[in-house]
Design a protein around this ligand. Structure first.
Ligand SMILES: [Cu+2]
Length: 264
């Protein structure tokens, strides 16, 4: 009886000590899936192309007919302080609201817990000036990037939002906000590239393991591209097709993305 009791006590101690240590073991030499989801919204409403009615900071109502933007150059900071840079060739994504299959940037990163993520909204200047053979997939100007490229100034459109607003008297009420410009070439051109860094500790850190999928869920509020540092008015500016008039929108949208939660 006494022997039986000591075995029972021993196994309880062992079990509880195993149970307490729930921190997953990470092998940094093993790569695992991590997705970063770009969930487009307008304020508190989900963004509905063509049908959703929204009001910008200038008090103008509008609809969105197209929303596309590049995110690239992902870096992740590990809880141990090291920074993992996703290999450049695997680090370009074109988020297209009309195509749900593009809403997640699929990354492969070393196992571990990460406390922050940073990425560029746009396509970096180096890649912009690379030979076309280095600009494939979502960067292919004869394919996926055909409507995301300014051929007249050889540069990618980083952020494209088209729509309609009754506040625009002409052109059937159409607006086209196309933000680009990496600061290159002969004529000085503003650099509208923005690096966005998000702390992940407040809303749940991703714990990346090969045995499971992990998703960082970001909310992208397009109303914040139209207000914040500068209140944009469609009645005043309906068309943006070069770098300089896009700068206030780029400065605004630096604050349009927030971390909502993480699926571990
Ligand atoms: Cu989610």
């Amino acid at each position: 009886m006494k022997k039986f009791l000591s075995i029972a006590v021993l196994s309880t101690i062992l079990l509880s000590s195993c149970k307490k240590d729930s921190t997953p073991e990470y092998d940094p030499n093993v790569k695992a899936d991590l997705s970063v989801e770009f969930d487009n919204i307008a304020g508190t409403a989900d963004l509905q192309l063509n049908t959703g009615n929204y009001t910008n900071a200038a008090g103008e109502s509008f609809k969105v007919t197209k929303l596309k933007y590049y995110v690239s150059n992902f870096k992740l900071t590990n809880a141990n302080g090291t920074v993992y840079t996703v290999p450049q060739n695997d680090s370009y994504f074109l988020i297209d609201e009309s195509d749900p299959a593009t809403h997640e940037a699929e990354l492969s990163v070393p196992e571990g817990e990460y406390t922050s993520v940073s990425f560029v909204l746009g396509v970096d200047s180096l890649r912009n000036t690379m030979d076309v053979s280095q600009r494939t997939g979502v960067l292919d100007v004869s394919g996926a990037a055909a409507d995301m490229y300014w051929s007249w100034n050889s540069g990618y459109i980083f952020f494209k939002m088209d729509g309609t607003s009754p506040s625009i008297p002409a052109m059937g009420g159409v607006f086209q906000y196309h933000v680009g410009g990496f600061g290159g070439y002969s004529s000085p051109q503003p650099n509208n590239l923005k690096t966005i860094t998000l702390d992940l500790t407040a809303r749940g850190t991703p714990k990346v393991k090969a045995s499971k999928s992990t998703n960082i869920h970001l909310m992208v509020d397009i109303l914040k591209a139209l207000g914040g540092t500068t209140t944009m008015s469609f009645a005043t500016i309906a068309m943006i097709h070069s770098a300089a008039p896009g700068t206030p929108v780029a400065n605004n949208y630096t604050n349009m993305i927030r971390h909502d939660h993480t699926e571990n």
